[in-house]
Every structure is written in structure tokens, then in C-alpha cells.
Design a protein around this ligand. Structure first.
Ligand code: AMP
Length: 269
């Protein structure tokens, strides 16, 4: 990959990069299409990054299907698919980590304290390997997008981060590789996330300014099917700090357990 990257750099080709963990769906493909449109060369990485999973999380059962992923990418004419082995990315005694301090603490950082350290570290490694002109990240993983953007700024990385809108199923559920964990009845319960967020948005647009009130509206809707809420947060869209009073833009963000699947979603209002 490094050899290819130096060749592309020497040839002055623009390189778009889409990092993924595979089990590709339309959300991923929307990023790839955008990269194809905006760059001469598109690189997609497929790598389930062990360092971003906690000890009791789903690393070992995370859905993997390289064959199918390659099939999905074929019609999009991706130039390079980079799918390294975990032990080549992190050979022992690997010991360097990147921590984006404040942005990693709220929201998902509360229950996954080392998650964004794992993300930032692998994204920096991938950037060093691919040397992209632009890199494409989904707003589905909103906090990850902010963490990566801050890292790029803080470490003077020469790459443009391109945020891409959330792709949803027809009933509003945000597409996610983890939706594969849902049984048919859980799949129905999962629609409450987006429906709850939408009710929160509606309340704000109708004039509600109290963060806690909006939070309660979203919570009571999502809880209906016995979904287990990890957080419902109303935060400043850049700092990700709690907003008690909504006077301007607000990010409504949720993490919810539906059966064995931990799902996240968000809405910018
Ligand atoms: P993942 O494979 O889950 O690590 O995701 C790889 C990239 O695809 C990340 O930048 C995600 O934010 C993005 N992504 C995943 N799901 C969606 C979606 N439903 N809409 C837009 N982007 C997404």
C-alpha cells in the first residue's frame, strides 16, 4: 500500500480514501461514490480494527464477508481495496497511541473509554499508509468524525476530511453493519431511534429550548419497546458538550441497545 501511495503521489494523482470495517452497505457505498466523483483514484480499506473494541465487545463476532464486500465494490470501479491483517497492522510490541483528549470523553466515550483512542490510532496509521488527498467519513459516526477532524488539525495532517450524510433505510433506521444482529422484532424496535430523534427535532423547531425537556421526549419514545438506552444527549455540534439551553444548532445523539446490538444515531438541528 505504501508503495502504491508513493507512486500515486509521484504521479500527482488525487486520492480519495474511504476507511471501513467491511460488512459493507449502502452507507459505505455512498462514501465510495462521493470519493469516485471527487478524486482520480479511490482507495477503500476494509479492516476490523481490534484496538477500538473493549474486552467484552463484539470484535470476534463482528460481521465479516470480504467476498461479498468485493462484489459490492466491483460495479463502483474502486481502484484499490486495502485489507490488511490485524497482526501486520499491530505487530507486537506495538505501543504508540493517539488520544484526542476532550472530544473522546462524552457520548460514546462514557461507555467506551478507549474506543476513540483506537479509532484515532488506526486512522492515523491508515492515513500514513494511503496518503490520501481526501478522506470520507459518515456523519452516522458523528463523534468519530469530530475526533478525526480534530486530530487532522492538531497533527497538521495534509488530508481533507469530507463529512457525508447518514444513509437510512426507508423507515428511517440508519444503515449499520450491526443491524445484521437484529431479529425481525428487534428490527422493528430499532425504528424508534430515528422516530424519537425526529420528535426531539420537531419540539425544538416548535420552539422548545430546554435541553432536558427535549431529552425526555426522545427517551420516552425510544424506551417504548423496552430498548435499553445508553445515552440520549443534546450537545453542542462541535464541542460535544451538554446543552441545557438550545439557542442555536444542537446535535441530538443517542446510543441504544436493541437486543444484542448497540446502535447509535444522531440528528443535527
Ligand atoms: P464502519 O465500517 O462502520 O467503520 O463505517 C465506515 C464509514 O462508513 C464511517 O465513516 C461511517 O461513518 C460510514 N457509515 C457507516 N454507516 C453509514 C451510514 N448509514 N450513512 C453514512 N455513512 C455511514
Amino acid at each position: 500500500m505504501q508503495q502504491e501511495a508513493s507512486n500515486l503521489l509521484l504521479a500527482r494523482r488525487t486520492v480519495g480514501f474511504v476507511p471501513t470495517m467491511g460488512a459493507l452497505h449502502e452507507g459505505h457505498l455512498s462514501l465510495v461514490r462521493r470519493s469516485k466523483k471527487e478524486n482520480e483514484v479511490t482507495v477503500v480499506s476494509i479492516f476490523v480494527n481490534p484496538t477500538q473494541f473493549g474486552p467484552n465487545e463484539d470484535y470476534t463476532r463482528y460481521p465479516k464477508n470480504l467476498e461479498k464486500d468485493l462484489e459490492l465494490l466491483k460495479p463502483l470501479a474502486v481502484d484499490i481495496v486495502f485489507s490488511p491483517e490485524a497482526n501486520r497492522m499491530f505487530p507486537p510490541p506495538f505501543q504508540t497511541r493517539v488520544t484526542v483528549e476532550e472530544l473522546s470523553k462524552p457520548l460514546c466515550g462514557q461507555s467506551r473509554p478507549l474506543f476513540f483512542r483506537g479509532v484515532a490510532t488506526v486512522v492515523l496509521k491508515l492515513f500514513n499508509l494511503v496518503e490520501p488527498t481526501r478522506a470520507y467519513f459518515g456523519e452516522k459516526d458523528y463523534q468519530q468524525l469530530q475526533v478525526v477532524t480534530q486530530m487532522v488539525k492538531d497533527l497538521n495532517l495534509d488530508v481533507e476530511i469530507v463529512p457525508c450524510p447518514i444513509v437510512r433505510e426507508e423507515d428511517g433506521l440508519a444503515m449499520s453493519s450491526r443491524n445484521a444482529y437484529l431479529s425481525p422484532s428487534e428490527r422493528a424496535d430499532a425504528t424508534l431511534l430515528y422516530a424519537g430523534l425526529s420528535l426531539g427535532k420537531k419540539a425544538i423547531l416548535q420552539g422548545e429550548k430546554n435541553g432536558d425537556t427535549v431529552k425526555k421526549i426522545i427517551e420516552s419514545h425510544i424506551q417504548k419497546a423496552g430498548n435499553r438506552i445508553e445515552y440520549v444527549s443534546i450537545v453542542h455540534p462541535k464541542m460535544l458538550t451538554d446543552l441545557k439551553q438550545i439557542d442555536n444548532e444542537a446535535l441530538l445523539a443517542v446510543a441504544v441497545w436493541v437486543g444484542k446490538a448497540r446502535l447509535i444515531d444522531n440528528l443535527l438541528v
